[in-house]
Design a protein around this ligand. Structure first.
Ligand code: GAF
Length: 383
């Protein structure tokens, strides 16, 4: 993040002609287990990662917001005294949405100049959008000294993504980007928003491999999964699938389509696996973690149907040398993106080699390999 901070500082001074008042960072995330459970009021186990978004910022005396997105070499401007409307430029809507909902609550905030720079690979399931939203929200909070609870801040970012951008995501990504803890994963109860810090043993590495599969229908498929879960909970007469059991599901199987039945089965079993995984990680029981991550992947593949052939191949390639020494599964919303592997430190190079030797040969795609560390959530970067 240091290099990102230096770049955004340098460009800030060049574009706006003065030294920024603050530099803020917000991380992307990797989800170790608990996929699509967040909007079902269930459990997730993500950690914030050492890839994120950095914003250099300065207060203005008027109500103008000037934004320079260094990655895209694009700019956006709007005025807080006028209604904040959607932009034709994708990334700008994440920024505008967060401003809109924070400004509604804190109408005394004034304008600002911003330079944004990030290194979370886009569309890879590592939450570049949450990193952007949370870095904007934390910048506004810091510049105008707002006393807002971090959980509320995360919810405002989620609202921006749901209502302004139009992606019906759950709370996991914004929450972990705000509240992540160095060297820990966070078990989040997405109903109560209570958390439990789960230390990641120092002998384990968090490896992320990007399949570089691009899929165009992510948002519509995601929203469809959400509807199918709602349909299941309505048939089961529970408020959310968090409240359903496998026994209840089996008793009502004949009332739903096979697709809806399998969607619900993924959520119910994934919630149980996530709680078991938090326990296993706490006990440094990597064999159990491996079994749970494998079951999670198969459930995403067969029941929730959100993996792709290349992702399944990548998981198998990593599993072969890893055996029962670690775990691997697809991570994030699905339909492409990354796999996460939790492996003993001495297995990292063995896995890298296996992927390099086999992934391109079997899929024609070139992977990207990231060795990650669990990081703190959004924070001020000292200038
Ligand atoms: C995306 C969403 F934004 C999250 O809320 C979560 O549902 C995830 O997909 C799947 O677990 O990242």
């Amino acid at each position: 993040m240091k290099q990102l901070a230096q770049e955004s500082l340098k460009h800030f001074e060049k574009i706006y002609g003065y030294t920024p008042h603050h530099i803020i960072q917000a991380p992307g995330r990797v989800n170790i287990i608990g996929e699509h459970t967040d909007y079902n009021d269930g459990f997730v186990l993500p950690c914030a990662i050492n890839y994120g978004t950095v914003i250099a910022s300065g207060r203005r005396n008027d109500h103008k917001v000037n934004v320079a997105a260094l990655n895209f070499e694009q700019q956006d401007q709007f005025d807080l005294r006028h209604p904040i409307t959607n932009s034709a430029t994708g990334w700008a809507n994440y920024v505008r949405g967060v401003f809109k909902y924070i400004f509604e609550l804190y109408p005394h905030i004034q304008g600002m100049d911003l330079t944004i720079y990030g290194n979370v690979p886009l569309g890879s399931g590592l939450s570049s959008s949450a990193a952007l939203e949370v870095s904007i929200a934390t910048t506004i909070k810091t510049l105008y000294d707002l006393s807002v609870d971090p959980k509320i801040l995360a919810q405002l970012c989620q609202k921006a993504e749901n209502q302004f951008v139009g992606m019906n995501c759950g709370i996991m990504d914004q929450f972990i980007s705000t509240l992540g803890q160095k060297d820990h994963a966070l078990l989040i109860d997405c109903r109560s928003l209570e958390t439990q810090s789960i230390p990641i043993p120092s002998e384990l590495s968090v490896v992320i491999v990007n399949s570089n599969v691009k899929h165009g229908l992510v948002d519509s498929e995601y929203n469809l999964r959400r509807q199918q879960c709602e349909e299941a909970s309505s048939i089961l007469k529970v408020s959310k699938l968090r409240d359903a059991t496998l026994t209840l599901l089996e008793a009502n199987k004949s009332l739903m389509t096979n697709v809806v039945y399998r969607r619900a089965r993924h959520i119910i079993t994934e919630n149980t696996r996530t709680l078991e995984a938090a326990k296993a990680l706490t006990q440094n029981d990597i064999q159990t973690m491996g079994i749970l991550m494998a079951k999670s992947h198969n459930s995403m593949k067969d029941d929730f149907e959100i993996t792709t052939p290349a992702i399944d191949i990548l998981v198998d390639i990593i599993k072969t040398p890893l055996g029962d020494k670690g775990g691997v599964r697809m991570t994030g919303g699905g339909f492409g993106g990354c796999v996460v592997a939790l492996v003993p430190n001495n297995q990292v190079e063995i896995i890298r080699h296996a992927v390099e030797q086999n992934y391109y040969r079997q899929t024609g795609l070139k992977e990207s390999f990231y060795l990650c560390h669990a990081m703190n959530g959004a924070d001020i970067v000292p200038i």
